[in-house]
Design a protein around this ligand. Structure first.
Ligand code: ADP
Length: 406
């Protein structure tokens, strides 16, 4: 007979050489521990673990961690030191971030063999991410085969997009054969932030239209009508859309033919160029907005141009999604840049007063970790800063799915 009803959820975000994790208690949404393992498979792997209940100190461990199984065992050992090990009866489930769920997964899903097979089938459209996510799931299953494991998909929130937004204007047969369409990513964040924005306005999500600008190192915009996504800026892969830290965002696809034919570059070289060496880093050598702003303030022309290009594209998406939605109740900025970079927010809405958009200088400059409005009271459209919390959203969705069975 169990005295405690399990209320903890471990959230795992498994990359090809890293695992990020958070342990949350869903009875009060408290974070019990957070951490990450980096450089898995190298000699210089590192585990960083921070217990958040009981006031423990951050612990770091450096040394070789051969694979994901060893990484997860090391994480479990760290958690066990705080009395929070993976074998704890209080653990209700493990929630996994899965990047690509295709069209099939529209909701968080309890993982079974059929789900694993479908995530595997999607590898051709997510060659970097889905294999790593699968490794994380299989490793966690091996450690706790009795525990429900839930996949929360980055693409799920965007599956409500109408065909007019989701389809590329290319030959239908070819597109269908290769499952080429716009899937969108960062969906967990867009879902969380659009809901939190409605809450900030004191409204139900079904009553508001929101443009969400998720501006991290990767960046995407979404148009959310009454709680449902109707368009988003990332496409078949996270390369499309806004200018990002290292990704180009939108460009004429013929640039690729040109680089191949005239530049003599291979497909892999072009892939690396556009995903890893473009965007802000390609334009000015830095992808950290803090550094770019510092350079802009010192009069650096190259950084200024990179900033201006970033803002130009951001503004175009605000305009585009305004038109898609027809009426807009709020524009919400989130993620590392969106939450912290006041000059980006100011520049993105500058000159859009005709659309009812403006920011109040003082409110915009103020800092805080709670959702907050930065538009003047008189503004027709609310402009908000809404810190995202993808781990809490994954844990909430996971617990909602399995918690009721406990
Ligand atoms: P991701 O999850 O995509 O790696 P984040 O949402 O953590 O990204 O955002 C990381 C980015 O946020 C950094 O590359 C940096 O450009 C930006 N950033 C973080 N803090 C600040 C700050 N105080 N001012 C401006 N930009 C910031």
């Amino acid at each position: 007979m169990s005295a405690v009803s399990p209320s903890r959820v471990l959230v795992l975000n498994s990359g090809s050489s890293s695992v990020k994790y958070q342990l949350l208690d869903m009875s009060d949404n408290a974070r019990l521990a957070v951490g990450l393992v980096e450089r898995i498979g190298e000699e210089t792997s590192r585990l960083k673990h921070t217990p958040l209940h009981g006031g423990g100190e951050t612990r770091e461990w450096n040394g070789p961690i051969a694979d994901h199984e060893a990484a997860l065992k090391a994480v479990s050992a760290e958690l066990a030191k705080d009395g929070l090990g993976l074998d704890s009866p209080e653990l209700a489930a493990i929630g996994h971030r899965v990047v690509h769920g295709g069209r099939h997964f529209t909701e968080p899903t309890v993982i079974d063999d059929a789900v694993l097979a479908e995530i595997e089938r999607l590898i051709p459209v997510a060659p970097l991410h889905n294999p790593a996510n699968l490794t994380g799931i299989r490793t966690a299953q091996a450690l706790r085969p009795d525990l429900p494991q839930v996949a929360v998909f980055d693409t799920a929130f965007h599956t409500t997009m109408p065909e007019s937004a989701a389809r590329y204007a290319i030959d239908v047969k070819t597109a269908d054969e290769h499952r080429i369409r716009r899937y969108g990513f960062h969906g967990t964040s867009h879902a969380y932030v659009s809901r939190a924005t409605a809450e900030l306005l004191g409204k139900d999500p079904s009553e508001v239209n929101v443009i969400v600008l998720h501006l991290g190192n990767g960046a995407s915009a979404s148009a959310v009508r009454g709680g449902r996504c109707v368009d988003t800026s990332m496409g078949l892969t996270p390369l499309e859309g806004l200018v990002m830290g290292t990704r180009s965002g939108d460009l004429d696809p013929a640039v690729i033919f040109h680089l191949a034919r005239v530049g003599g570059m291979s497909t892999d070289e072009i892939d690396t160029l556009l995903n890893k060496k473009s965007g802000l880093i390609g334009l000015c050598g830095d992808n950290d907005m803090r550094e770019i702003r510092r350079r802009v303030d010192e009069g650096d022309e190259q950084a200024r141009l990179a900033f201006d290009i970033y803002i130009h594209h951001l503004k175009k998406y605000i305009g585009a999604y305004y038109a898609v939605l027809g009426t807009v109740d709020a524009v919400a900025f989130t993620a590392g840049v969106g939450e912290n970079a006041a000059p980006v927010r100011q520049a993105a809405v500058a000159g859009l007063e005709q659309l009812g958009l403006a920011v109040d200088e003082e409110l915009n400059a103020a800092r805080g970790d709670r959702p907050r409005l930065i538009s003047p009271e008189s503004a027709r459209v609310a402009v908000a800063v809404v810190p995202t919390d993808e781990e809490l959203e994954i844990a909430t969705q996971t617990y909602a799915l399995v918690g009721k069975n406990n």
